[in-house]
Design a protein around this ligand. Structure first.
Ligand code: HEM
Length: 416
């Protein structure tokens, strides 16, 4: 594939629609590539990305939550008024306090907790499917991306972290909008006006969280309760900023990514002949297929690290303090790791070896929850809505195309 590497535009609409040729070309011709427009070093081969993720002494997570663009003075003022601050807690924390925060996540999201949550997830999916059915009956079409795929992960997460009642005060649509605005503010390239508008949404979100953190009330068995009881390595409790930062990260990471994954899955499943019926007939058949979608088309396409010292990666010298863009999505199509990578083949020998959830010390704490939700959603949607089909196959889908997040924005369906 002849692609000029000087022309890689990571924010281009065409790239968001079909990034596979760019990923192939990067891996083949420039597996470690400096991109002058963003100042990022793109790393695209499976072995290299995995090695970087596992070497947390050399490649630090400190820049994981940095905004990709510069904030204007107006944007900074909006954020400052809300006391917006994201001190390192989870994804961007390379320090000694990380392990303690991570233990809280593990208690909340371990395999046993995820299994115990299945009946609750089934109940939420059932309720949301009732609404989809009603909408199909009245309107003839329904957008699964903005209904089912959005509402289920958000409602499930709020229940798991014990914030369902509090979230009702602001409404889950508002929460979803705040979360989307935050993703675009940090991982997009908005112009000045849009950046300020997005900052207002993120500031409203953060102000609500700060208010929740300081609100008196029973917190036992909730994430807020666990954070209130937590002590940092020096023995001190968490401040308001640390607690708000964990909630901010969790409410975004714990549902937006799952929604994006589900939107990708619905589009693909409904386009593949016979698959929908199989999900209904063979419970469990969606599980290995989910791994294949996560490998080939993960919702988190890239993740960042920064070099802690000068390094040489695949013969390329990289200075200290250089931001790396790990092309997680490209690694799932690396033919050195996955045979015939373009084919979704649930029975390949290494289906869970993909890097969609990262690997090592910062590997996604919510991986098992996301997998479980995907399985339940595909099985129940296919059983309750047999014959469902895509209603908008004529034009290419409108895509969310941020630096690290990619998914169809809409999945319009109708009854067959
Ligand atoms: C399909 C859905 C998801 C994908 C693709 C995904 C992917 C990722 C990735 C790539 C990372 C960074 C890994 C690294 O730095 O090495 C991450 C971190 C994280 N994710 Fe997820 N995630 C998903 C869903 C979730 C869910 C549902 C939750 C929680 C309910 C969650 C919680 C977290 C947390 C807490 C971290 C930070 C872990 C740490 O730094 O110790 N994620 N995720």
């Amino acid at each position: 594939m002849a692609i000029s590497m000087s022309s890689v535009d990571l924010f281009d609409e065409a790239y968001a629609l079909d990034p596979f040729p760019v990923w192939d070309a990067l891996r083949e011709t420039a597996p470690v590539h400096y991109e002058p427009d963003t100042g990022l070093w793109l790393v695209s081969r499976y072995d290299d990305v995995r090695a970087v993720l596992l070497d947390t002494d050399t490649f630090l997570p400190d820049n994981a939550m940095d905004a990709i663009g510069r904030f204007s003075v107006q944007t900074l003022r909006v954020l400052a008024r809300a006391k917006f601050a994201l001190p390192p807690t989870l994804a961007s924390n390379g320090g000694e306090s990380h392990a303690g925060y991570r233990r809280i996540m593990t208690r909340l999201l371990n395999a046993q907790a995820v299994t115990a949550a299945v009946p609750m997830v089934e109940q939420v999916v059932g309720e949301c499917l009732d609404q989809v059915g009603e909408r199909l009956d009245t309107d003839g079409v329904c957008d699964l991306a903005t209904t089912l795929a959005q509402d289920v992960p958000l409602r499930v997460l709020l229940r798991l972290i014990g914030l369902e009642r509090q979230a009702n005060d602001v409404g889950i649509d508002n929460l979803a909008r705040w979360s989307d605005a935050s993703l675009e503010l940090f991982w997009g390239r908005p112009d000045a006006g849009r950046q300020r508008a997005l900052a207002c949404e993120a500031a409203d979100f953060y102000s609500w969280l700060r208010e929740l953190v300081t609100r008196p009330g029973p917190q036992e068995d909730t994430l807020l309760g666990a954070l209130a009881a937590h002590r940092l390595p020096g023995g001190e409790p968490l401040g308001v900023a640390e607690t708000a930062a964990v909630l901010y990260f969790m409410i975004i990471a714990g549902q937006a990514t799952t929604r994006q994954m589900l939107s990708i899955m619905y589009r693909r499943a409904l386009a593949e002949p016979g698959l929908w019926q199989r999900f209904a007939d063979e419970p469990g058949s969606a599980q290995p297929w989910t791994e294949e979608v996560l490998r080939r088309e993960p919702p988190i396409t890239t993740w960042r690290r920064v070099t802690g010292r000068p390094v040489t990666l695949r013969g390329v010298d990289i200075p200290a303090g250089a931001p790396l863009l790990l092309m997680l999505a490209s690694t799932g199509s690396d033919p050195e790791m996955f045979e015939n990578p373009e084919q979704l083949c649930p029975y390949r020998p290494n289906p869970r070896k993909h890097l969609a959830f990262g690997v090592g010390r910062h590997r996604c704490s919510g991986a098992e929850l996301a997998r479980m939700e995907a399985g339940v959603m595909m099985r129940m949607t296919a059983s309750r809505l047999p014959g469902l089909r895509l209603a908008d196959t004529s034009s290419p889908p409108e895509m969310l195309g941020l630096l690290s997040f990619r998914a169809p924005l809409h999945v319009l369906v109708e009854r067959g």
